[in-house]
Design a binder for this molecule. Structure first.
Ligand code: ATP
Ligand code: MG
Length: 342
Protein backbone atom coordinates (compact mmCIF):
# COMPACT_ATOMS: atom_id res chain seq x y z
CA UNK A 1 0.00 0.00 0.00
CA UNK A 2 1.02 3.59 -0.50
CA UNK A 3 2.29 5.55 2.47
CA UNK A 4 -0.34 7.28 4.56
CA UNK A 5 -0.28 9.67 7.47
CA UNK A 6 -1.28 6.97 9.95
CA UNK A 7 -1.00 3.19 10.03
CA UNK A 8 -4.71 2.89 10.79
CA UNK A 9 -6.70 0.77 8.39
CA UNK A 10 -10.25 1.70 7.50
CA UNK A 11 -12.58 -0.89 6.06
CA UNK A 12 -15.86 -0.11 4.30
CA UNK A 13 -18.16 -2.50 2.47
CA UNK A 14 -21.07 -1.60 0.26
CA UNK A 15 -23.73 -4.16 -0.58
CA UNK A 16 -24.84 -4.23 -4.20
CA UNK A 17 -28.45 -4.80 -3.18
CA UNK A 18 -29.68 -1.85 -5.23
CA UNK A 19 -28.54 1.29 -7.01
CA UNK A 20 -26.46 3.53 -4.76
CA UNK A 21 -28.37 6.48 -3.32
CA UNK A 22 -27.44 9.93 -2.08
CA UNK A 23 -27.06 8.78 1.55
CA UNK A 24 -24.51 6.16 0.51
CA UNK A 25 -22.62 8.79 -1.46
CA UNK A 26 -22.65 11.58 1.14
CA UNK A 27 -22.16 9.52 4.29
CA UNK A 28 -20.05 6.59 3.09
CA UNK A 29 -18.41 7.16 -0.30
CA UNK A 30 -17.38 10.81 -0.14
CA UNK A 31 -15.82 10.53 3.36
CA UNK A 32 -13.92 7.45 2.17
CA UNK A 33 -12.57 9.41 -0.80
CA UNK A 34 -11.72 12.37 1.45
CA UNK A 35 -9.83 10.15 3.88
CA UNK A 36 -7.95 8.00 1.40
CA UNK A 37 -4.75 10.04 1.68
CA UNK A 38 -4.60 9.86 5.45
CA UNK A 39 -5.76 6.34 6.19
CA UNK A 40 -5.09 2.96 4.57
CA UNK A 41 -8.47 2.46 2.97
CA UNK A 42 -9.95 -0.88 2.04
CA UNK A 43 -13.20 -0.64 0.11
CA UNK A 44 -15.11 -3.62 -1.14
CA UNK A 45 -18.33 -4.41 -2.89
CA UNK A 46 -19.97 -6.96 -0.60
CA UNK A 47 -21.60 -9.07 -3.29
CA UNK A 48 -21.84 -12.15 -1.07
CA UNK A 49 -23.87 -10.22 1.48
CA UNK A 50 -26.36 -9.53 -1.29
CA UNK A 51 -26.97 -13.30 -1.56
CA UNK A 52 -28.63 -13.42 1.84
CA UNK A 53 -32.01 -12.36 0.42
CA UNK A 54 -33.85 -13.16 -2.83
CA UNK A 55 -31.73 -11.97 -5.69
CA UNK A 56 -31.51 -12.01 -9.43
CA UNK A 57 -28.07 -13.20 -10.64
CA UNK A 58 -27.78 -10.94 -13.70
CA UNK A 59 -28.93 -7.92 -11.71
CA UNK A 60 -26.43 -8.65 -8.94
CA UNK A 61 -23.55 -8.84 -11.42
CA UNK A 62 -24.64 -5.53 -12.97
CA UNK A 63 -25.06 -3.81 -9.60
CA UNK A 64 -21.62 -5.03 -8.47
CA UNK A 65 -19.94 -3.47 -11.52
CA UNK A 66 -22.05 -0.35 -11.15
CA UNK A 67 -21.12 0.14 -7.48
CA UNK A 68 -17.41 -0.29 -8.23
CA UNK A 69 -17.63 2.20 -11.09
CA UNK A 70 -19.46 4.70 -8.87
CA UNK A 71 -16.72 4.50 -6.22
CA UNK A 72 -14.11 5.19 -8.89
CA UNK A 73 -16.22 7.98 -10.42
CA UNK A 74 -16.55 9.54 -6.96
CA UNK A 75 -12.77 9.80 -6.82
CA UNK A 76 -11.59 6.65 -5.10
CA UNK A 77 -8.02 6.10 -6.27
CA UNK A 78 -7.45 2.36 -6.79
CA UNK A 79 -3.72 2.81 -6.28
CA UNK A 80 -4.06 4.61 -2.95
CA UNK A 81 -6.86 2.32 -1.77
CA UNK A 82 -7.48 -1.35 -2.04
CA UNK A 83 -10.73 -1.62 -4.01
CA UNK A 84 -12.09 -5.10 -4.57
CA UNK A 85 -15.09 -7.35 -4.91
CA UNK A 86 -15.65 -9.56 -1.86
CA UNK A 87 -16.25 -12.81 -3.77
CA UNK A 88 -13.04 -12.30 -5.76
CA UNK A 89 -11.08 -12.72 -2.54
CA UNK A 90 -12.14 -16.25 -1.50
CA UNK A 91 -10.24 -15.88 1.77
CA UNK A 92 -13.37 -14.14 3.09
CA UNK A 93 -15.52 -17.23 2.55
CA UNK A 94 -12.88 -19.55 4.00
CA UNK A 95 -12.43 -17.37 7.09
CA UNK A 96 -16.22 -17.20 7.36
CA UNK A 97 -16.26 -20.94 8.03
CA UNK A 98 -13.54 -20.68 10.67
CA UNK A 99 -15.53 -17.96 12.38
CA UNK A 100 -18.78 -19.92 12.09
CA UNK A 101 -16.91 -22.47 14.12
CA UNK A 102 -16.14 -19.74 16.64
CA UNK A 103 -19.61 -18.17 16.77
CA UNK A 104 -22.68 -19.75 18.35
CA UNK A 105 -26.15 -20.28 16.99
CA UNK A 106 -27.57 -18.43 20.00
CA UNK A 107 -25.65 -15.22 19.47
CA UNK A 108 -26.33 -15.15 15.73
CA UNK A 109 -30.03 -15.75 16.22
CA UNK A 110 -30.20 -12.81 18.62
CA UNK A 111 -29.11 -10.24 16.02
CA UNK A 112 -31.91 -7.70 15.71
CA UNK A 113 -31.51 -7.34 11.97
CA UNK A 114 -31.84 -11.10 11.51
CA UNK A 115 -34.98 -11.19 13.60
CA UNK A 116 -36.46 -8.28 11.66
CA UNK A 117 -35.59 -9.53 8.19
CA UNK A 118 -36.28 -13.20 8.91
CA UNK A 119 -39.65 -12.53 10.52
CA UNK A 120 -39.71 -16.08 11.88
CA UNK A 121 -39.90 -17.59 8.38
CA UNK A 122 -38.45 -21.12 7.97
CA UNK A 123 -37.71 -20.35 4.31
CA UNK A 124 -35.25 -17.59 5.15
CA UNK A 125 -31.76 -18.21 3.75
CA UNK A 126 -29.30 -19.68 6.23
CA UNK A 127 -26.78 -17.07 5.08
CA UNK A 128 -29.02 -14.34 6.51
CA UNK A 129 -28.36 -15.85 9.93
CA UNK A 130 -24.62 -16.14 9.43
CA UNK A 131 -24.05 -12.91 7.51
CA UNK A 132 -22.66 -10.99 10.51
CA UNK A 133 -20.09 -13.79 10.83
CA UNK A 134 -19.03 -13.20 7.21
CA UNK A 135 -18.82 -9.54 8.13
CA UNK A 136 -16.42 -10.57 10.90
CA UNK A 137 -14.27 -12.32 8.31
CA UNK A 138 -14.38 -9.22 6.07
CA UNK A 139 -12.88 -7.16 8.86
CA UNK A 140 -10.69 -9.47 10.96
CA UNK A 141 -8.70 -10.70 7.95
CA UNK A 142 -7.22 -7.26 7.39
CA UNK A 143 -5.55 -6.49 10.69
CA UNK A 144 -3.32 -8.56 12.90
CA UNK A 145 -3.16 -8.08 16.64
CA UNK A 146 -1.59 -4.73 17.56
CA UNK A 147 -2.79 -3.01 14.40
CA UNK A 148 -5.36 -0.22 14.54
CA UNK A 149 -8.43 -0.84 12.43
CA UNK A 150 -11.57 1.22 12.16
CA UNK A 151 -14.92 0.50 10.60
CA UNK A 152 -17.37 3.30 9.85
CA UNK A 153 -20.74 1.98 10.98
CA UNK A 154 -24.19 3.49 11.18
CA UNK A 155 -26.21 2.64 14.26
CA UNK A 156 -27.96 -0.23 12.43
CA UNK A 157 -24.61 -2.06 12.26
CA UNK A 158 -23.54 -1.43 15.86
CA UNK A 159 -24.69 -4.81 17.12
CA UNK A 160 -22.95 -6.61 14.26
CA UNK A 161 -19.70 -4.84 15.00
CA UNK A 162 -19.97 -5.91 18.63
CA UNK A 163 -20.30 -9.49 17.39
CA UNK A 164 -17.21 -9.04 15.21
CA UNK A 165 -15.27 -7.90 18.24
CA UNK A 166 -16.62 -10.75 20.38
CA UNK A 167 -15.58 -13.33 17.77
CA UNK A 168 -12.13 -11.83 17.37
CA UNK A 169 -11.68 -11.78 21.14
CA UNK A 170 -12.89 -15.38 21.51
CA UNK A 171 -10.65 -16.62 18.72
CA UNK A 172 -7.65 -14.85 20.25
CA UNK A 173 -8.38 -16.33 23.67
CA UNK A 174 -8.82 -19.87 22.38
CA UNK A 175 -6.11 -20.09 19.77
CA UNK A 176 -3.62 -17.34 20.58
CA UNK A 177 -3.47 -13.64 19.77
CA UNK A 178 -4.25 -13.36 16.07
CA UNK A 179 -6.76 -10.67 15.13
CA UNK A 180 -6.95 -6.96 15.91
CA UNK A 181 -10.31 -5.94 17.34
CA UNK A 182 -11.86 -3.21 15.16
CA UNK A 183 -13.09 0.11 16.45
CA UNK A 184 -16.41 1.38 15.20
CA UNK A 185 -16.32 5.01 14.12
CA UNK A 186 -19.09 7.35 13.13
CA UNK A 187 -19.28 7.47 9.37
CA UNK A 188 -18.18 10.70 7.70
CA UNK A 189 -20.35 13.69 8.46
CA UNK A 190 -22.46 11.65 10.86
CA UNK A 191 -25.56 12.81 9.04
CA UNK A 192 -28.24 10.29 8.33
CA UNK A 193 -29.95 11.20 5.10
CA UNK A 194 -33.67 10.61 5.31
CA UNK A 195 -36.14 9.63 2.62
CA UNK A 196 -37.46 12.76 0.88
CA UNK A 197 -41.01 11.44 0.71
CA UNK A 198 -41.01 9.92 4.19
CA UNK A 199 -38.54 11.87 6.33
CA UNK A 200 -39.20 9.52 9.25
CA UNK A 201 -37.27 6.70 7.58
CA UNK A 202 -33.74 6.66 6.28
CA UNK A 203 -33.06 6.90 2.57
CA UNK A 204 -32.34 3.35 1.48
CA UNK A 205 -31.32 1.80 -1.80
CA UNK A 206 -33.64 -1.18 -1.39
CA UNK A 207 -36.76 0.87 -0.68
CA UNK A 208 -39.23 -0.14 -3.43
CA UNK A 209 -40.90 3.28 -3.15
CA UNK A 210 -38.37 5.41 -5.03
CA UNK A 211 -40.05 8.84 -5.00
CA UNK A 212 -38.05 9.91 -1.96
CA UNK A 213 -34.78 8.20 -2.89
CA UNK A 214 -32.25 10.16 -4.94
CA UNK A 215 -30.14 7.62 -6.77
CA UNK A 216 -26.59 8.62 -7.62
CA UNK A 217 -27.28 7.84 -11.27
CA UNK A 218 -30.68 9.55 -11.52
CA UNK A 219 -30.74 12.06 -14.41
CA UNK A 220 -30.60 15.70 -13.22
CA UNK A 221 -34.25 16.41 -14.04
CA UNK A 222 -35.33 13.43 -11.92
CA UNK A 223 -33.07 14.57 -9.07
CA UNK A 224 -34.60 18.06 -9.21
CA UNK A 225 -38.14 16.73 -9.30
CA UNK A 226 -37.57 14.48 -6.28
CA UNK A 227 -36.01 17.28 -4.26
CA UNK A 228 -38.61 19.90 -5.22
CA UNK A 229 -41.35 17.48 -4.18
CA UNK A 230 -39.70 16.61 -0.86
CA UNK A 231 -42.15 16.45 2.03
CA UNK A 232 -41.63 19.44 4.33
CA UNK A 233 -43.18 20.32 7.63
CA UNK A 234 -46.42 22.05 8.59
CA UNK A 235 -45.33 25.54 9.58
CA UNK A 236 -43.35 27.35 6.93
CA UNK A 237 -40.31 28.16 9.06
CA UNK A 238 -36.86 27.13 7.94
CA UNK A 239 -35.19 25.92 11.14
CA UNK A 240 -33.00 22.96 11.96
CA UNK A 241 -34.69 20.51 14.30
CA UNK A 242 -34.74 16.88 13.12
CA UNK A 243 -37.35 15.93 15.74
CA UNK A 244 -40.04 18.53 15.12
CA UNK A 245 -39.06 19.42 11.51
CA UNK A 246 -37.64 16.23 9.99
CA UNK A 247 -38.37 17.20 6.38
CA UNK A 248 -36.71 20.59 6.27
CA UNK A 249 -33.90 19.43 8.57
CA UNK A 250 -33.12 16.64 6.13
CA UNK A 251 -32.84 19.15 3.29
CA UNK A 252 -30.49 21.25 5.45
CA UNK A 253 -28.45 18.14 6.27
CA UNK A 254 -28.11 17.30 2.59
CA UNK A 255 -27.06 20.85 1.73
CA UNK A 256 -24.67 20.90 4.69
CA UNK A 257 -23.04 17.62 3.61
CA UNK A 258 -22.66 18.76 0.03
CA UNK A 259 -21.24 22.18 0.92
CA UNK A 260 -19.28 21.03 3.96
CA UNK A 261 -21.16 23.47 6.18
CA UNK A 262 -23.28 23.15 9.29
CA UNK A 263 -26.98 22.55 8.78
CA UNK A 264 -27.86 24.91 11.64
CA UNK A 265 -25.81 27.69 10.10
CA UNK A 266 -27.51 27.23 6.76
CA UNK A 267 -30.99 27.37 8.29
CA UNK A 268 -30.54 31.05 9.13
CA UNK A 269 -29.94 31.90 5.48
CA UNK A 270 -33.35 30.80 4.23
CA UNK A 271 -36.79 32.32 4.58
CA UNK A 272 -38.72 29.98 2.29
CA UNK A 273 -38.84 26.26 1.59
CA UNK A 274 -38.93 26.98 -2.13
CA UNK A 275 -35.58 28.79 -2.07
CA UNK A 276 -34.02 26.08 0.09
CA UNK A 277 -35.26 23.28 -2.17
CA UNK A 278 -33.99 25.06 -5.27
CA UNK A 279 -30.53 25.43 -3.70
CA UNK A 280 -30.46 21.82 -2.51
CA UNK A 281 -31.42 20.66 -6.00
CA UNK A 282 -28.67 22.79 -7.59
CA UNK A 283 -26.06 21.63 -5.09
CA UNK A 284 -26.89 17.94 -5.47
CA UNK A 285 -26.99 18.13 -9.26
CA UNK A 286 -23.62 19.93 -9.20
CA UNK A 287 -22.15 16.95 -7.32
CA UNK A 288 -23.87 14.27 -9.37
CA UNK A 289 -23.37 15.59 -12.91
CA UNK A 290 -19.55 15.34 -13.04
CA UNK A 291 -19.71 12.03 -11.19
CA UNK A 292 -22.16 10.69 -13.77
CA UNK A 293 -19.90 11.80 -16.64
CA UNK A 294 -16.94 9.94 -15.12
CA UNK A 295 -19.20 6.97 -14.44
CA UNK A 296 -20.15 6.87 -18.14
CA UNK A 297 -16.46 6.84 -19.13
CA UNK A 298 -15.57 4.15 -16.62
CA UNK A 299 -18.46 1.86 -17.42
CA UNK A 300 -17.82 2.37 -21.13
CA UNK A 301 -14.64 0.33 -20.71
CA UNK A 302 -15.67 -2.85 -18.86
CA UNK A 303 -12.36 -4.58 -19.60
CA UNK A 304 -10.46 -1.82 -17.81
CA UNK A 305 -12.87 -1.94 -14.86
CA UNK A 306 -12.36 -5.71 -14.62
CA UNK A 307 -8.60 -5.15 -14.68
CA UNK A 308 -8.77 -2.57 -11.88
CA UNK A 309 -10.86 -4.95 -9.78
CA UNK A 310 -8.51 -7.85 -10.48
CA UNK A 311 -5.55 -5.76 -9.33
CA UNK A 312 -7.50 -4.80 -6.21
CA UNK A 313 -8.35 -8.39 -5.35
CA UNK A 314 -4.70 -9.37 -5.78
CA UNK A 315 -3.69 -6.74 -3.26
CA UNK A 316 -6.48 -7.73 -0.87
CA UNK A 317 -5.42 -11.37 -1.17
CA UNK A 318 -1.85 -10.42 -0.32
CA UNK A 319 -3.12 -8.96 2.97
CA UNK A 320 -5.80 -11.52 3.79
CA UNK A 321 -3.98 -14.68 2.66
CA UNK A 322 -1.22 -14.72 5.29
CA UNK A 323 -3.71 -13.84 8.03
CA UNK A 324 -5.98 -16.68 6.99
CA UNK A 325 -3.06 -19.13 6.92
CA UNK A 326 -2.13 -18.20 10.50
CA UNK A 327 -5.74 -18.56 11.67
CA UNK A 328 -6.09 -21.96 10.01
CA UNK A 329 -2.91 -23.30 11.55
CA UNK A 330 -3.87 -22.00 15.00
CA UNK A 331 -7.16 -23.87 14.73
CA UNK A 332 -5.30 -27.09 13.93
CA UNK A 333 -5.82 -27.21 10.17
CA UNK A 334 -2.75 -28.47 8.34
CA UNK A 335 -0.93 -26.01 6.11
CA UNK A 336 -0.75 -27.01 2.45
CA UNK A 337 2.66 -28.45 1.59
CA UNK A 338 3.86 -28.10 -1.97
CA UNK A 339 3.70 -31.48 -3.76
CA UNK A 340 7.21 -31.06 -5.16
CA UNK A 341 8.84 -30.06 -1.85
CA UNK A 342 10.77 -33.10 -0.64
P1 ATP B 1 -29.77 -1.61 2.08
O1 ATP B 1 -31.22 -1.33 1.85
O2 ATP B 1 -29.22 -2.68 1.20
O3 ATP B 1 -29.40 -1.78 3.53
P2 ATP B 1 -28.47 0.99 2.22
O4 ATP B 1 -28.82 2.15 1.34
O5 ATP B 1 -28.85 1.07 3.66
O6 ATP B 1 -29.08 -0.28 1.51
P3 ATP B 1 -25.87 -0.19 2.81
O7 ATP B 1 -25.18 -1.02 1.78
O8 ATP B 1 -26.58 -0.87 3.95
O9 ATP B 1 -26.91 0.78 2.05
O10 ATP B 1 -24.84 0.85 3.42
C1 ATP B 1 -23.74 1.36 2.71
C2 ATP B 1 -23.19 2.54 3.48
O11 ATP B 1 -24.05 3.67 3.35
C3 ATP B 1 -23.06 2.29 4.99
O12 ATP B 1 -21.87 2.92 5.42
C4 ATP B 1 -24.29 2.99 5.56
O13 ATP B 1 -24.08 3.42 6.92
C5 ATP B 1 -24.43 4.17 4.62
N1 ATP B 1 -25.82 4.62 4.50
C6 ATP B 1 -26.84 3.93 3.97
N2 ATP B 1 -27.95 4.68 3.95
C7 ATP B 1 -27.63 5.87 4.51
C8 ATP B 1 -28.37 7.07 4.77
N3 ATP B 1 -29.64 7.18 4.46
N4 ATP B 1 -27.71 8.10 5.35
C9 ATP B 1 -26.41 7.99 5.67
N5 ATP B 1 -25.66 6.90 5.44
C10 ATP B 1 -26.26 5.84 4.86
MG1 MG C 1 -28.45 -0.63 5.04
Amino acid sequence: METHRTSTRRITGIQPTGHLQLGNLLAAVRPMVAGQHDVHTLAFIADQHALTVDHDPARLAGLTREAAAILLAAGLDPVRCVLFVQSQVPEHAVAHYLLESTATFGESRRMIQFREKAGGQESVRLSLLTYPVLMAADILLYAGVGQDVEVPVGEDQGQHLELVRALGRRFNRRYGLTFALPRGVQPGSGARIMDLAEPGRKMEKTNPATAGVVFVLDPPDVVRRKILRAVTDGDRVVAYDPVTRPGVSNLLDILGCVLGRSATGLAGEYQTYARLKADVADAVVAVLEPLQRRFADISGDPAELARVLAAGSERATALAGPMLAVAQQRMGLLPVAHADAR
